[in-house]
Design a protein around this ligand. Sequence first.
Ligand code: ZN
Length: 434
Amino acid sequence: MNVVTPGDLDPALEAEIIAAVDDGFDGQIEFTRELVRHPSLRGREHTAQELVHSALRARGYAVERWAIDVEEIRHHPGFSPVTVDYENAVNVVATHRPPETLGRSLILNGHIDVVPEGPLDMWSRPPFDPHLEGDWLYGRGAGDMKAGLVANIFALDALKRLGWQPAATVYLQSVTEEECTGNGALSCLVRGYRADAAIITEPTDASLVRANVGVIWFRVRLRGHPVHVREAGSGSNAIEAAYRIIAGLRELEAEMNAEQADWPPFTDYDHPINLNVGKIAGGDWASSVPAWCDMDLRLAVYPGQDPAEVAHRIETTVSAACQDHPFLSNNPATIEYNGFFARGYILEEGSEAEAALVAAHRTATDDEALGFDLAPAYLDGRVFVLYGDCPCLVYGPHAENIHGFDERVSLSSIRQITRSLALFTARWCGLTPT
Ligand code: ZN
């Protein structure tokens, strides 16, 4: 064996790489299921990370693991406010260093954290008991995004099975906090992990994300004085007053969507800016007038738009909604930023990394052209593109019901993107014998 220089691959080698991915596929799905069994909800990510850590160590990588240190990232422009303890917010990064460097370096990134599963009786089967049915693997986090995270690892395994290793530095990142702040990927960047390209295997139905929106999280708090229901005037109820605030914010949402012509590439996208009233809690008794209510909300911002500017509009909107309202004018709502405060990004067109993915995808799919998409949701890609000067290709399998019930990911699409990842790595990094 000699070396494989970066660039076009010999078709015989491409066929070998595809076959090697297929050979490891049963083990790949088994490991994905094992990872889904760990409910890596916010604050509980560490046991899943432990599993990833030992799997990477067993493969001989140099592996670093750390809990995110807020002080390390607090002053970075990409930082999002933190209201929880980061004791279990563990990142894991494995490093592959080649004996000789022929090609360009690469980060393969995935997030370990999953969103809450909701009421169990809304699931057909327990969310953390992954099961297979036809072409689907079911479970919370199966699609978003443990399948992608595991595909990153197994793509390199496939090369190794053939006696090859990437001829450039490759980092395998398993990060946390993607679903709430983006501080996990940011912490890796601040720690010095950089590369010539990155891939994040979020579930994109094998399309490449061209741009996404940024996201702001905020909590609106309403506080007053509790009274007996016999004294309830129409305006003294904090839960009912919350409706006024929501109505005001819906107007802001409509106003921002009406501005989409100013914000390419979202100019023609159907409703790019979404307000989500994600959680509401208030009161404690059917016969007491609730004097308090908290709402957790999420609003998008256009790529290029400063979240601070939109935060200012949120504050103006909420304070306007409080005026002339019998409860709110005496008890103005307060706003706390308690998560994402993140910009969106646009991936520059025509990079060499993109060309390599286009070619890899074509080979992996029997000649399908790579599709492109816009994402109306947060992605860690912004960390690489905006702050790491690194083209970040967000490209992963087909999943359904992510953040919903009966989340599932397509096995055939996992296989296909794992092939693409292995082919991409060979093209981008080049190969040298193990
Ligand atoms: Zn995700």
